[in-house]
Design a binder for this molecule. Structure first.
Ligand code: HAM
Length: 421
């Protein structure tokens, strides 16, 4: 137990961190391009925020939250997602006071107690984007384009963008009734989860993974046939803006997102080769959430991408770049007398911003050279007792294997000229 991490968590080790940094850099570049600013919120929040924000009848709230009582007897929850927390921060810091439309993004860990499998973890990372303050369909199109462009920039093709409108509090009750009517005579044969969804949130029946429930829901009415005029008009505009921007999408009237706050536009981006966990991104409008959290009515929209799934997809398509973490210089010190001058040289090199390392385990020349190779050092500087006595070092070019003797006071400038100029 002491040497095994908790189930559903993963360590990101030095040999893969480069892949994460690469994806995160792509996130930052694209958010800068689209004018989204980074926000960092705490990893835990008051439990109440998620109960109210995400919805008490959702799987996330009912089954998946990591909730604990702290020493001050407060109920806190590790964030299962970051939209509610972003809204909380938006309200707490009155971000609406200066800017009409706040365009924010985040990268960070989320926590859900779910059954771990490939692409599904208990601690996972999301890149998310939230635009708060406008109902303009152009922001829906912008958000969706950002998500698509992010994935395409990484080289992912064969993506499927599924699009729907899930209506608003005006039209949803009509749809709810029609769904209940449709499922009324099937209620007894639905799974127990769906039986409880029937009264509490019948739309969630459409999202049930149980094969029998899936069959029973064939032929269920579509939300898009029940939308009010405002939702219909909004949806038409979003579709037309996306078409104009050349973004391909598939209408999926059965797309129901797993969180309760969605209104109007809802979308998911799937990458089929990932199998069961093919959703790489999901999002939509949440025009009622800010009011639900205590703010004045403010429309908003966003999405989140699962970064582990993106990395899995990149791996499948052999799109992960070999990220080099090479050092410029490796200092090889042999014998006790060489240790101090070698350490001083290491400091002098770094003072000139030359990437430098050395061995601290007092190993043999062969072992140190092996370490220099592993560190992908461009140059090796060697010094032993003779070199210290002669105030010189041996410089080895690791590409040509040429070696030369250089005065110790000249080596930093020489390497600076080689590496930096
Ligand atoms: P979500 O659909 O629950 O939405 O999650 C977004 C993405 O996070 C999923 O498409 C998936 O790629 C990834 N994800 C979810 N759960 C896991 C897991 N257990 N392991 C690995 N990856 C996972 C949200 O979280 C909303 N907050 C998105 C949003 C932002 N809506 C509006 N603004």
């Amino acid at each position: 137990m002491l040497t095994t991490g908790p189930r559903g968590t993963k360590d990101i080790l030095p040999d893969t961190i480069g892949q994460w940094l690469y994806v995160e850099k792509t996130v930052r570049d694209i958010c800068e391009l689209y004018g989204y600013k980074e926000i960092r919120t705490p990893i835990f929040e008051h439990t109440e925020l998620f109960l109210r924000g995400i919805g008490e009848t959702t799987d996330v709230v009912e089954k998946e939250m990591y909730t604990f009582i702290d020493r001050g007897k407060r109920s806190l929850t590790l964030r299962p997602e970051n939209t509610a927390a972003t809204v909380r921060a938006y309200l707490e810091h009155k971000l609406y006071a200066d800017i009409a439309v706040n365009k924010l993004f985040y990268i960070g860990s989320m926590f859900r107690y779910d059954r771990p499998q490939a692409g599904r973890y208990r601690e996972f990372h999301q890149f998310g984007v939230e635009a708060l303050g406008t109902l303009n369909p152009a922001i829906d199109a912008e958000i969706i384009m950002l998500a698509v462009q992010f994935l395409k920039t990484l080289g992912l093709n064969d993506l499927k963008l599924a699009l729907n409108s899930v209506g608003c509090p005006n039209c949803r009750p009509v749809y709810r009734e029609r769904l209940q009517e449709f499922f009324r005579d099937k209620l007894e044969v639905l799974c127990s989860d769906c039986q409880s969804r029937y009264d509490r949130n019948p739309m969630r029946i459409l999202d049930c993974k149980n094969e029998h429930c899936k069959e029973l829901s064939m032929g269920a009415p579509n939300i898009t046939d029940c939308l009010c005029d405002e939702c219909t008009d909004h949806f038409e505009q979003v579709k037309s803006l996306l078409t104009e921007a050349g973004i391909e999408f598939e209408l999926d009237p059965r797309l129901v997102r797993g969180l309760d706050y969605y209104t109007k536009t809802a979308f998911e981006i799937q990458y089929a080769p990932l199998g069961a966990q093919s959703a790489v991104a999901g999002g939509g409008r949440y025009d009622g959430l800010i009011e639900e959290c205590g703010g004045s009515p403010t429309p908003a929209i966003g999405f989140a991408v699962g970064l582990e799934r993106v990395l899995l997809a990149l791996e499948k398509q052999a799109l992960l770049p070999g990220v080099s973490q090479a050092t410029d210089v490796f200092v090889v010190a042999l014998g006790v007398t060489a240790q101090k001058p070698a350490f001083k040289l290491l400091c002098d090199l770094r003072a000139k911003s030359i990437k430098a390392s050395m061995d601290f385990a007092g190993r043999s020349l062969k072992a140190q050279m092996k370490q220099a190779n592993k560190a992908m050092a461009r140059y090796v500087v060697m010094l032993g007792e003779n070199e210290v006595n002669d105030s010189c070092v041996i410089l080895k070019d690791m590409i040509t294997s040429d070696q030369e003797k250089i005065a110790i006071q000249e080596i930093v400038n020489k390497l600076y000229a080689e590496v930096k100029d």
